[in-house]
Design a protein around this ligand. Structure first.
Ligand code: ADP
Ligand code: 5GP
Length: 219
């Protein structure tokens, strides 16, 4: 995953934002955490603020920053959110400063946000955004996953399933689409996207100097 020493010395790269979106239960959180927990990828995760209630398995400050509506409105008014949206009746937003810091250092960041937020980020940071939509293999499986996850109330699960059809229709706005049937396959696809996007010529710096160096070598 690391470039060779000679490459490292000359070739750099602009960082980008990797956005994962999906209907609730399709697996974007699982994939995001799996990718971010493998430190060889060197990915920072954006920690959103939200007004939704914390799930039993969630840790404040790690999975989300759980805040009330007043605090959310204050962040929004002060322009401290790169994007924000109302999703399933709760408010969510991406704090701006950590993103600026990570991109400024030439590193990549992964976002788990919905299609409304994706549109806002793409409008602001066009060339530095890579978007991936995760589809479930079927709606029946989506329901099973939400029920198996067992972290939301039956009412909440129904609301999320009702929204799923609308969210799924946003698939065509994304650069890549992964059907998350087998988790290992989906994860490998995601790794493939990351590898390819990191090699994109347009985001890489120092290639000209590197090639000039190659060509200057004696035969
Ligand atoms: P999302 O973040 O999109 O709402 P999660 O990542 O929380 O979805 O996944 C929902 C549930 O489905 C979790 O219990 C997760 O372990 C499970 N899950 C994710 N991907 C798969 C898969 N490919 N096969 C079976 N279960 C999965
Ligand atoms: P959940 O409540 O299941 O964690 O997330 C619900 C939805 O909100 C998901 O589609 C998730 O991607 C989205 N979401 C989470 N954080 C943000 C955020 O900061 N901004 C936006 N726009 N959506 C978010």
């Amino acid at each position: 995953m690391q470039a060779s020493t000679k490459e490292n010395a000359t070739i750099g790269r602009r960082g980008f934002i990797l956005i994962l979106s999906s209907p609730s239960g399709a697996g974007k959180t699982t994939l995001t955490r799996q990718l971010a927990s493998d430190h060889r990828w060197g990915l920072d995760v954006s920690i959103s603020v939200t007004t939704r209630q914390r799930r039993p398995s969630e840790i404040d400050g790690k999975h989300y920053q759980f805040i009330d509506r007043e605090a959310f409105d204050a962040l929004r008014s002060a322009d401290n959110l790169l994007e924000w949206a109302e999703v399933h009746g709760n408010f969510y937003g991406t704090p701006r400063k950590p993103v600026e810091k990570v991109l400024g250092a030439g590193r990549d960041m992964i976002f788990d946000i919905d299609y409304q937020g994706t549109r806002q980020v793409r409008a602001k940071l066009t060339d530095d955004v890579v978007t991936v939509f995760i589809l479930p293999p079927s709606l029946a499986e989506l329901r099973h996953r939400l029920e198996r996850r067992a972290e939301d109330s039956p009412d909440t699960i129904e609301k999320r399933l009702a929204n799923a059809r609308m969210e799924i229709q946003r698939w065509s706005e994304y650069d890549y689409v992964i059907v998350n049937d087998d988790l290992d396959d989906a994860f490998r696809s995601l790794e493939g996207i990351l590898i390819a996007e990191r090699l994109k010529r347009a985001r890489r710096t120092g290639l000209t100097a590197f090639v000039e160096g190659l060509l200057a070598e004696p035969d």
